[in-house]
Design a protein around this ligand. Structure first.
Ligand code: DC
Length: 210
C-alpha cells in the first residue's frame, strides 16, 4: 500500500524540514504545498495584479507549472504573507487540489506538507502528523533562518507576522488550518530538529509495521 505521509501545521512550525527529512529517510518524493500558493502569489505580483483579484488568481493557479516552484523569491518573507492571502480564495484551492492529489498518487507514496493535507488533500493518508510549536518559539526559529539568509527583520515583527498568518489561515472558510481528527499532534516547542525527526519517525514506523 502506498505510504502517503501528510504533514500539517502553522507557519514556521518546522514541518518543512521534517517533511524533507522524512522523505529522504523513506525514499519518497516530497511536495512543499506552501510553494504552490507562494507561486500563485508571485505570478500575480510579477504581473502587477492585486492579490485579491480572484479570477486572475484562479487562472494563475490553473496554469501553474512545476518550473515556477524553483524560484528563490518564493522563500522570501513577504511571499508567505502574500500566499496566505491568495490561499483563502476557494477557486485557487480548487485548482491546486488535483495537482496535489496527482503528486500524492505516485505508486510508492509521497510526503506532502501544508495546512490541509490530512483534512482535504489526502484524507486517506496512512500517516498524518500535525506539527506545532508556540508562536514565540516559531518566531525565534524563523528569525534565525532569515538571519542565516541575510534577510534582516526584527523578532517582534516576525512574531506579529506569524500571529497574523495563524489567525488568517485558521479562520478562513475554505479548508482552514486544523489538525485532522486522526492526526498525531507533535508539539516541537521543547524539541530540537533531531528530536522532532525521531518522534515523527517513530509514528511512521509504528504505522508501517501494522
Ligand atoms: O507553508 P508556507 O508558509 O509556505 O505557506 C504559505 C501560505 O500558503 C500559508 O500561510 C497558507 C497557504 N497554504 C495553504 O493554505 N494550504 C497549504 N496546504 C499550504 C499553504
Amino acid at each position: 500500500m502506498p505510504m502517503v505521509i501528510a504533514i500539517d501545521g502553522p507557519a514556521a512550525s518546522g514541518k518543512g524540514t521534517l517533511a524533507r527529512r522524512l522523505a529522504a529517510h523513506y525514499g519518497l518524493p516530497h511536495l512543499d504545498t506552501g510553494l504552490l500558493y507562494r507561486a500563485v502569489a508571485l505570478t500575480l505580483i510579477d504581473a502587477g495584479i492585486p492579490l485579491d483579484d480572484e479570477a486572475a488568481a484562479a487562472r494563475a493557479a490553473t496554469g501553474l507549472i512545476a518550473d515556477r516552484l524553483a524560484d528563490p523569491r518564493l522563500r522570501e518573507r513577504a511571499m508567505g504573507e502574500a500566499a496566505s492571502r491568495v490561499s483563502g480564495i476557494p477557486a485557487v484551492r480548487a485548482a491546486l487540489l488535483a495537482w496535489q492529489q496527482r503528486f500524492a498518487g505516485t505508486p510508492d507514496g509521497a510526503v506532502l506538507d501544508g495546512r490541509d493535507i490530512g483534512t482535504v488533500i489526502c484524507p486517506d493518508a496512512r500517516v498524518k502528523l500535525f506539527i506545532t510549536a508556540s508562536a514565540e518559539e516559531r518566531a525565534r526559529r524563523r528569525h534565525r533562518e532569515l538571519e542565516g539568509r541575510g534577510e534582516a527583520a526584527s523578532l517582534a515583527a516576525i512574531l506579529a507576522d506569524i500571529q497574523a498568518r495563524d489567525a488568517r489561515d485558521a479562520s478562513r472558510s475554505a479548508a482552514p488550518l486544523k489538525a485532522a481528527a486522526d492526526a498525531v499532534v507533535l508539539d516541537t516547542t521543547e524539541l530540537d530538529a533531531d528530536e522532532a525527526f525521531a518522534a515523527a519517525r517513530a509514528v511512521v514506523d509504528r504505522v508501517r509495521t501494522q
